[in-house]
Design a protein around this ligand. Sequence first.
Ligand code: SAM
Length: 281
Amino acid sequence: MAEIRLFEKDPYAPIKYTYEVSEVLYRGKSPYQEFAVVTNPFFGRMLILDGVVQFTERDEFYYHEMLAHVALHAMKAPKTVIVIGGGDGGVIREVLKHPTVEKAYLVDIDSEVTRVSREFFPTVSSGLSDPRVVEAPMDGAIFMQEFEGTADAILVDSTDIVGFAKSLFTEEFFGKAARILGPTGAFVTLSESMHFHLPMVREVQNTLKKAFPKVDLYTAPIATYPGNWWCFAVGTNGLDLRAQARDQVGPTRYYCNDIHKACFLPKYLYDRMMEEGRESM
Ligand code: SAM
């Protein structure tokens, strides 16, 4: 049988990743993006959107745990969490591990992502049937404009900062998030790779600073995201996410008390990253 290869179409990585494909389990299209579910001998099943790897069975937990648990462990009793994007359910699965969470909004523009995840990734989508989950299949920017309540955490798990995901990285979007979160809430969003996209990482920090009095950044090692040194940008109205408020909830495979302490960028690296015009560390 002819060898099949997946040539990842990352929008702006300086290298292109190629994955061996053992089997193509699904290909489809929604009004928003092209879908593929493939298996790779090493990573297992992989979700591909518009040619870009979203997650793999083997290593999805690094990203999903780190997007959910750093903010939520900096709070005594998070109750309401909004996940923007993340239709696959991976971040929601982690959010629901916190017993104080009463409501978890899942706001993905494309409900097809949730359907495909339920069909092909049962361990990633396992939390989607939890009664605490409120699915709102719509543009996250519109959801935020219309949302009138408060939340303890807003977690953005979108596709790369291009196309219809760009609406989730504007000063207006961050400003509305800051108003929803109040004094003790936290906003966290992916902000690409420190190795490959440092100017973009800095741009997200600078935009966050226009909306939040306190910003920060932590990272995690994500083998299947181009550049690997993956950034999570933080905005709060005063809460310090570096201060863990309670012992880790479990079970987790990567996040733990020590990772919470170690994942934030030390000040000298943060300051270097923020130097205008710097292209690399
Ligand atoms: N963990 C992956 C990553 O970091 O690349 C992201 C996974 S998740 C599948 C990305 C989701 O963001 C997609 O399901 C996509 O539909 C959603 N998305 C992109 N732009 C959006 C928007 N403006 N509002 C809501 N969801 C959006």
